[in-house]
Ligand binder design. Sequence first.
Ligand SMILES: CC(C)(COP(=O)(O)OP(=O)(O)OC[C@H]1O[C@@H](n2cnc3c(N)ncnc32)[C@H](O)[C@@H]1OP(=O)(O)O)[C@@H](O)C(=O)NCCC(=O)NCCS
Length: 151
Amino acid sequence: MNIRKMKDTDIAAVSRIEKLTHIQPWSENVLTDCYHSDYLCLVAEENDYQKELKGYIILSQVLDEAHLLNLCVSLKYQGFGLGRELTARGIKEVVKRGARKMFLEVRRSNMRAIRLYESFGFSEIGIRTNYYQGSSLSEDAVVMALVLPVN
Ligand SMILES: CC(C)(COP(=O)(O)OP(=O)(O)OC[C@H]1O[C@@H](n2cnc3c(N)ncnc32)[C@H](O)[C@@H]1OP(=O)(O)O)[C@@H](O)C(=O)NCCC(=O)NCCS
């Protein structure tokens, strides 16, 4: 398994995973905008000749504050440690770039992700009421923060 920077040729595959995995997926346009911005976009791919994309992480950083914007592992590869690997790599990369704190929002019901983030030391710092919109999909976000180690 190889974690590397996203390329523009990955966006279609990323979008497919996004649609099949997230409750409210980002559109391909949003993913393309992320790719063309200065966000840090990393993908995990199999090391064989097929180079199947298995997951990705997207982070933004302004000065010493990083924000985990998206983390996703393709359904059939969930539960094998890839989410943990992508999160660890994302943290490592923003620390290298001088981040000292990291924030994220996660659906209150997404215990799998919350457990993952807690295992990295993230803790809840607040709730954004109805942060996620959409008739049956509206839900509060838990805001989590992590103080990062000095590089
Ligand atoms: C959340 C997500 C990224 C986790 O990726 P993953 O590869 O399945 O997770 P991992 O196998 O690396 O597991 C990491 C940790 O997650 C937690 N976890 C994984 N499966 C879990 C489950 N079924 N129940 C509770 N916690 C679970 C555990 O803390 C686990 O650590 P452990 O293996 O040491 O016990 C993945 O499930 C996903 O893409 N979900 C849909 C998109 C999403 O919700 N993204 C997060 C948005 S903020």
